[in-house]
Design a protein around this ligand. Sequence first.
Ligand code: FMN
Ligand code: ATP
Length: 375
Amino acid sequence: MLDRELMDIAPEAPLSRGGAWRLAQGSLPAMRGASGRPVPFCVAGGRASGSIAPAAGQDDMAGHWVCAIGAFDGLHRGHKELLRRAREEARRRGCRLAAVTFSPDPADVLGEPQGRSRLLTCEERSCGLLALGVDAVVAFDFTAALAALDHLSFMREALLAVLDVDVVVVGSDFRLGAAGAGTVEALTADGRALGFDVCGLDLLDADGEAITATRTRCLVRAGRVEAAAGLLGRCLCATGVIEHGRGEGTSFGFPTANVMVDALSCVPDQGVYACLVTLEGEGGLLGCWPAAVNVGVPPTFAGQSALDARTLLEANLIGFAGDAYGRVAHVTFVRWLRDSRPFSSLEELERTVLGNIGWTARSLGEGDVMGGGFA
Ligand SMILES: Cc1cc2nc3c(=O)[nH]c(=O)nc-3n(C[C@H](O)[C@H](O)[C@H](O)COP(=O)(O)O)c2cc1C
Ligand SMILES: Nc1ncnc2c1ncn2[C@@H]1O[C@H](COP(=O)(O)OP(=O)(O)OP(=O)(O)O)[C@@H](O)[C@H]1O
């Protein structure tokens, strides 16, 4: 089934209106009513591939498009402003709006090996972009072949082969293609040659500094979750699966659910936080509990567990009774409480943690907030 939907261009095909290569199969991929489901594509003689996720009701890709391009990790306030302006441009020109992005995030492939670098998974980014009102998300596979394409080749052989592009909208700091040579200026020259316009927008800032995914990730890793929320325009949320821990907590009087998040997921390096934890049930959400959460290996027990090498969030779900093992948990960080630290006695550890749980219960509630907050 997928093969039928793959498309390719004839490498010798001439450039036509708008710079769009005529596709070998003559048309852009038809969605055939399968709205929301990504449709794979392959262009530029196999050098570029990816998928298109259409919004509901968008059943084909024909027609003219405004394209907002970037990684969009976090979908922070700057990204939302860019998309708002791109939407306005699309409306003015009678075009549809596509978000053009890359999977995996180029920063994960080209950037410094920094770990914990992802505020959103590719799927979350795609769903978020569609929720923000784009008509389609075009996600190019960020392969070595794609990374090696210069900006002109990317526009001509990859993007214009998939969409008939009228306008490209990017932030003023944006760089596309090999060696990051595709600045707004260079893309504008490409547009003159290939038949599209380029809007390079000033970056939205907060406190005199541009809002970027890099800035947001730095704040998160330093534990400054409230400041990160100010840039994101919402609280940070990390998702993981609940696994068995060492079982110490039960005897302390504060049972903990051990939420293992992906090693690439951007969460604080360490610290104790007041959170809300939403658990998935069999056919939907089970509920959402206030929780005091320790992030990272508990310093008092460092090196004592096979779990230690992985990213661990230990959550005491306030008012939760039941078996949470194996469940998917979404941990929303509301407030930093303190740094994690080693304790010289278990009594001091227990007293301190119970204090953190008490503060969280008084501030966020004593039970499932979806069920009214009554334990
Ligand atoms: C809110 C909270 C704060 C915590 N703070 C610390 C801490 O500062 N230092 C530390 O060594 N462990 C800390 N812990 C971790 C406990 O030591 C840990 O939950 C306990 O060992 C139980 O682990 P287990 O049930 O997975 O075996 C904290 C746990 C929670 C829930
Ligand atoms: N604060 C902002 N205001 C407006 N546009 C922005 C802002 N930040 C990023 N953009 C633009 O949004 C698109 C997607 O952003 P992208 O994820 O590539 O950059 P970023 O958020 O600055 O991430 P990073 O810090 O990893 O470079 C790009 O065109 C980018 O220039």
